[in-house]
Design a protein around this ligand. Structure first.
Ligand SMILES: NC(=O)c1ccc[n+]([C@@H]2O[C@H](COP(=O)([O-])OP(=O)(O)OC[C@H]3O[C@@H](n4cnc5c(N)ncnc54)[C@H](O)[C@@H]3O)[C@@H](O)[C@H]2O)c1
Length: 267
């Protein structure tokens, strides 16, 4: 169902890899709500071909960019403004990858070069995106910038490994850059802290399926799906949330406020 919440708005969406990606759902919902979008992902992600199919379906240009490269980001935003014929109203950062998790290194035996690369891809890239937009003056006034995060930034989930620190850094960048963008352009910057979701990045975490069920039982509303996350992103890009900024917003069915649930005690 469309309410035309994003009619006339132009956005750039990072991180649609396949049909499970949260960014794919967000892209679909944004277009359904009347937005014009650009899809982007790392050059290596282009090989799988899924993003091109999504681009064709949504009539959205696909522009490769490694989010750790400011050169790629400059070109991306230049080409985006050309294709969209104007400045950018909203941006979604939906990027995460941990080298130590991928290579199955325990938290007590981390490789620090990989850790720095993980921080660069999963967190510093968010600062690079914002700084590039800032220097190019590419955001429209009253625009909205969002990144996706996870509650391991606040509480300890041992198997989330170094991604916990990545998310803490990501959330801090939203607050700090939110100040500057708010003062200069009335642009808001927030993070959405999403429930565990069955995607390529999510399923890479050890014991993910068991943890998914645990979180589902702990949350009075159950785990929030990627589709409902997309609805929330649309709201955050719409004019109904113009005064919300520098926040970490939980979208988790109530998980973050729970201590213990009888449903979990039963198992
Ligand atoms: N799946 C979950 O359980 C869950 C929960 C909370 C938050 N999140 C967050 O949601 C976001 C999206 O993840 P997802 O679950 O949809 O998985 P996903 O694997 O579909 O998306 C991750 C994306 O990051 C992209 N990426 C990796 N390196 C990149 C680079 N150098 N430049 C540009 N893009 C790069 C990948 O190509 C991929 O599209 C991530 O920030 C993730 O941490 C996921």
């Amino acid at each position: 169902m469309s309410n035309n919440l994003l009619a006339g708005k132009k956005g750039v969406i990072f991180g649609a890899l396949d049909d499970k990606s949260i960014a794919t759902k967000v892209a679909e919902r944004c277009v359904e709500e009347g937005a014009q979008i650009i899809l982007t992902n790392a050059p290596v992600a282009m090989r799988f071909g899924e993003i091109q199919k999504l681009g064709e379906r949504l009539n959205a240009p696909v522009i490769p960019a490694d989010a750790t490269s400011t050169e790629d980001l400059e070109k991306l935003f230049q080409d985006s403004m050309k294709a969209l014929d104007g400045k950018i109203d909203f941006v979604l950062h939906s990027i995460g990858m941990s080298l130590n998790v991928r290579k199955k290194r325990e938290y007590t035996d981390l490789n620090y070069e990989w850790m720095l690369k993980t921080f660069d891809i999963s967190a510093v890239s968010f600062h690079k995106v914002m700084q590039t937009l800032w220097k190019m003056d590419a955001m429209s006034d009253w625009g909205s910038i969002l990144a996706l995060t996870y509650i391991a930034a606040q509480r300890t989930f041992p198997d989330y490994n170094e991604m916990a620190e990545s998310k803490a850094l990501l959330e801090s960048f939203a607050r700090s850059f939110g100040y500057h963008f708010g003062e200069r352009n009335k642009v808001r910057v927030n993070t959405i802290s999403q429930s565990p979701t069955k995607t390529t990045a999510g399923s890479g975490v050890k014991g993910f399926d068991e943890f998914f069920d645990y979180a589902d039982k702990m949350s009075p509303l159950g785990n929030a799906s990627a589709d409902s996350c997309a609805d929330y992103c649309v709201l955050m890009f719409s004019d109904f949330t113009r005064m919300v900024t520098m926040q970490n917003l939980y979208h988790d069915g109530g998980f973050s406020s729970m201590g213990m649930s009888p449903k979990v005690l039963e198992i």
